[in-house]
Design a protein around this ligand. Sequence first.
Ligand code: FDA
Length: 307
Amino acid sequence: MPLFRSLVLAIARHPTVERLARETPFLVPLVTRFVAGETMQEALAVARALADRGFTTTLDLLGEDVRTPTEAAAATEAYAELLQAIARCGIDATISVKPTHLGLRLDPELARLNLERLARLAQRLGGRVEVDMEDSSTTRKTIELFDRLHCTYGDHLQLALQSYLYRTEQDIERAVERGWRIRLVKGAYAEPPTVAYPSKAAVDAAYRRHMEALLEYGRFVAIATHDDAIIRVARGFARRIGVGPEKYEFQMLYGVRRDLQDALRRAGEPVRIYVPFGRHWYPYFTRRLAERPANLLFLLRQLLPRG
Ligand code: FDA
């Protein structure tokens, strides 16, 4: 899988491939399966519909790697509007932000100011900002940024950690020590074997270790996966050690394993759906393709001439 992922992400980065993908109408059904729409209104409508079915949500305005401070300011402003709109709607929804969307790669201090603005607003409105984790070139800076702001904004912030990284073992210890709320994910980027486990089996084993440590000793863990086996282990483990839903929730991506989302909800488990929206869908979409060969095959079948 890591090899498949690296290959798909490398091909997808090619400007011609991106241009073709953006222009082909055949892609629309597959993109709209994973992306809730282009506007905040569309995303809020999806969040409301999910709330009616018993799901909470986290809304992600798609975008990453901004090139200027002005772009970072525009993203921050849009996220501030989103936090306010969520509070007005009265739904249980958080926002998910990528540090490089707020300017982390340009200047960590700029990203801090932007994230702090959102954290302050979330604190005032009783909301929460979830900080996504991006590729490993940003991990250290993202964790430093989170650590600094967590001292002031506490549970109004939550951090994603990726089990595929070797360093996450120590990051979990730090999270437990500092009382951070964590979203645990396997990891979606193409990483070299010098920083990340190269096999799926090793990533899954690491995920189970991290999940059990967070359930047992952590402040709160969002178990963000569609992996049936891991979800079964998590539910059994939580029951055995007497941990209830005030200390965990499941999180899944919009459009992925809807059957499992519904089944967990019916079983009374807390499930939060990650709802991405916006015009900059391409990098997010390619990571979803790279997660599953069947998605890519479906796409190729749409692109091939019929007859
Ligand atoms: P795994 O890849 O083993 O998949 C388990 C099963 O889920 C598959 O067999 C398949 O049935 C289904 N499935 C998984 N992906 C699918 C897809 N794209 N299309 C269709 N079916 C699919 N990553 C990251 O690096 N930083 C982050 O901040 C986040 N944030 C995040 C939030 C939430 C709510 C989720 C659920 C995931 C993330 N991720 C992420 C992505 C994560 O790292 C990981 O790439 C995906 O969740 C896929 O891994 P699974 O844990 O689902 O397991």
